[in-house]
Design a protein around this ligand. Structure first.
Ligand SMILES: [Ca+2]
Ligand SMILES: [Ca+2]
Ligand SMILES: [Ca+2]
Ligand SMILES: [Ca+2]
Length: 320
């Protein structure tokens, strides 16, 4: 068994859109913070919380603002990851969670017409992104309209979006022994081809062509909190078991209430073999006993604890 020397976590909460999501997203950030500190023993100084408060929605703020470190701006995200580049070593764990809406440039017509048109087929074609809450004010008025426009148009001059390739650019030079991404946005599967690497585990709320309206991150937290099933009966919960629990819960929720995801399927994916392709646990590409397939590494990581499997057969050098 390998023990990490240090562990770090980054919690990013983006564009809310409405007050209900403000309530949900800030609550999710607090739950993530709580499970890190209470269940996994993180110190506050090891957790970077990026949240932009909305003063007008104070009644629905569902977190302790004292845990917030920075506004969730693209500049601050770059600063945090630049800082981590200098302090994270190949003996450390880095965990990044994104709580946000998401979109994909190729799916604009879905939102307009309410029918699904996938213009560009193929995993490498998808430029998925999440949006950050605007905090820029002009004449003391927040630019709500421009914030909304930025959500839909790639070439909007206001750059408050984090594209999949940008998140990779900002994080790619960080050398952690284990780098875990958990991404809640709709279409988050489109992040996998960009973030995939040999020492990376990328877990997404849905495939790149799917909405993610069912409560993925809430179920993931239940899993981390200990509700997942110890399917291999080793007395421990692995990250893979938490992923399987979450994906199975989403399957059950949508089976019982298809309207949870507007009548569409939602398949949380995992990629932990660095081949740029994510798989659902029901897919043939997922096999916890085959080291070449997705699921093998995650089945040997004990979530966010200090213990990491001693996978000497894996190469921790970054891929180009
Ligand atoms: Ca950007
Ligand atoms: Ca992509
Ligand atoms: Ca287990
Ligand atoms: Ca894979």
């Amino acid at each position: 068994m390998f023990y990490y020397e240090e562990r770090y976590a980054v919690i990013i909460v983006g564009y809310y859109g409405d007050e209900q999501h403000y309530k949900w997203f800030t609550n999710d950030a607090q739950r993530q913070y709580n499970v890190l500190t209470e269940k996994y023993g993180f110190n506050d100084s090891e957790i970077y919380v990026l949240v932009t408060l909305k003063e007008e929605w104070v009644d629905n703020l569902s977190m302790d603002p004292a845990i917030i470190d920075y506004n969730a701006t693209e500049d601050n995200i770059i600063i945090i990851f630049d800082y981590l580049k200098n302090i994270v070593t190949k003996n450390d764990l880095l965990y990044v969670v994104v709580i946000n809406h998401g979109n994909d440039d190729h799916h604009i017509n879905f939102w307009k017409l309410k029918i699904f048109i996938d213009f560009v087929q193929g995993i490498f074609a998808h430029d998925t992104y999440f949006v950050l809450e605007k905090i820029k004010k002009v004449n003391n008025k927040e630019l709500n309209n421009e914030g909304n426009l930025a959500f839909y148009h790639k070439n909007n001059k206001i750059d408050n979006k984090i594209y999949d390739y940008e998140l990779n650019d900002y994080t790619k030079d960080i050398t952690a022994r284990r780098f875990i991404f958990v991404l809640q946005p709709c279409f988050a599967g489109g992040f996998i081809n960009d973030l995939s690497n040999k020492n990376h585990v990328v877990i997404t709320a849905s495939k790149e062509v799917q909405l993610a309206f069912a409560p993925f991150i809430g179920e993931f937290y239940y899993g981390l909190e200990g509700y997942a099933n110890d399917s291999n009966n080793d007395g421990r919960l692995s990250l893979g078991e938490v992923y399987e629990y979450t994906a199975n819960r989403i399957f059950e929720i949508i089976k019982n209430n298809p309207e949870e995801n507007m009548g569409q399927p939602q398949h949380p994916l995992i990629d932990d073999n660095g081949d740029k392709i994510g798989h659902h646990y029901s897919n043939l590409g997922y096999d916890t006993n085959n080291k070449y397939k997705d699921g093998y590494v995650a089945a040997r990581i004990y979530n966010l604890s200090y213990e990491d499997a001693n996978l000497n057969n894996l190469n921790f050098e970054k891929l180009n």
